[in-house]
Write a new protein. Structure first.
Ligand code: MRU
Length: 353
């Protein structure tokens, strides 16, 4: 795995500071770049639910730090009482968002760490759990750098890439997954350009991806989601690269709603479609993507997402936050361990976290 690199984000996406969680409030971007504090587990839950912190790996980190915050002031004097409190906290955080498997992966890691060190004094055990959450952050940084290094070999000088949603530093500890490939290619001297889908309804592409790429000095052009077919037909795109929230054993991939559209368009236009994700996003317990739970979001995010109403009062709305791209539309999956090709049942099995 790659070693730690210099930080990409000007300040950490999410961190532990003196018994509190400090995170960039992504709902305010790009107008305001501001960090907020979460002082209790309820505010961490709210930050995940309302997308102040978002993106699968960052949600996992928020879960791990949130679990530690939830037991930080525990007065338990024995392990069974402490473990019961921890379970209550992790069960609660697990209800915040259902699709990104990184959340459940990170919560399980904290629970297993507690169990492994159950003979310690409770105060010592709290410190061990914080160390484990910090390990998850450091590992994620290294995984993202490695994804970038593997993925950059797929890009040629002069390529233009289409991406959807935000799989950048904001969605991870620091360097991103799909955007890591672009950052690495740019840093290695390749001349690349990016088309960013704006990503309705919450505009992660417009608000976050465009912002991150501009900060990095990468040429980026913003398009509405429904322009991708035309841009591909005009021959402007050499490949698509997106992130993932959960990847089933057969390679079916859940990612932000609209990703499936991009994959179909890429197929029709004979353009490679790549998924970039750490192995903490693999869920090999699920045989296919049909089993991935899809989060449903509030109607208001579609009808009045950023202030003024854009649909009639009382209209029926359907708003799944994610879709599942079938594996047969995915050219390759880039993880920190390398590039997995079809058949994914075999190539992903050897990459399990
Ligand atoms: O609803 P969001 O903003 O959390 O959705 C994020 C995505 O779909 C990302 O593409 C995915 O989590 C990968 S982040 C590296």
């Amino acid at each position: 795995m790659a070693t730690k690199g210099r930080r990409k984000m000007p300040i950490p996406t999410i961190e532990w500071v003196d018994g509190r969680i400090h995170l960039i409030d992504q709902t305010l971007l790009p107008n305001e770049f501001k960090q907020i504090y979460c002082d209790d587990v309820e505010s961490v839950w709210e930050a995940i639910k309302s997308l102040r912190v978002r993106g699968a790996p960052a949600i996992g980190i928020a879960g791990a730090l949130g679990a530690v915050l939830g037991i930080w002031k525990s007065k338990a004097t024995n392990y069974p009482d402490f473990a019961a409190e921890l379970k209550k906290v992790t069960d609660y955080l697990a209800t915040s968002r259902p699709t990104a498997v990184n959340l459940f992966w990170a919560l399980t890691r904290i629970e297993q760490t507690a169990e492994k060190h159950k003979d310690l004094e409770i105060e010592q055990l709290k410190g061990v759990l914080l160390d484990e959450a910090q390990n998850i952050i450091e590992e994620d940084r290294a995984r993202c750098r490695a994804i970038g290094q593997h993925g950059l070999n797929l890009l040629r000088n002069g390529d233009t890439i289409l991406t959807h949603c935000n799989a950048g530093g904001l969605a991870t500890s620091d360097y991103g997954t799909a955007l890591a490939v672009m950052f690495s290619a740019h840093e290695s001297g390749k001349n690349i350009s990016v088309y960013a889908d704006e990503t309705r309804p919450l505009l992660q592409g417009a608000r976050l991806t465009a912002w991150e790429l501009m900060q990095a000095g990468i040429d980026v052009t913003l398009i509405c989601d429904n322009m991708a077919a035309q841009v591909m037909k005009e021959g402007k795109i050499q490949c698509a690269i997106v992130g993932a929230d959960r990847i089933a054993a057969n390679g079916d991939t859940a990612n932000k709603i609209g990703t499936y559209n991009v994959a179909i368009l890429a197929k029709v236009h004979d353009i490679p479609f790549y998924v970039a994700a750490p192995t903490s996003t693999l869920d090999l317990s699920l045989k296919t993507g049909d089993l991935i739970p899809i989060e449903q979001r509030a109607a208001e995010e579609v009808t009045e997402g950023f202030g003024s109403r854009t649909a009639p009062e009382g209209v029926k709305v359907y708003s799944p936050a994610f879709d599942v791209t079938p594996a047969h539309l995915i050219t390759a999956i880039i993880t920190e361990k390398g590039i997995a090709h079809p058949p994914y049942e075999e190539s992903l099995a050897s990459q399990g976290d």
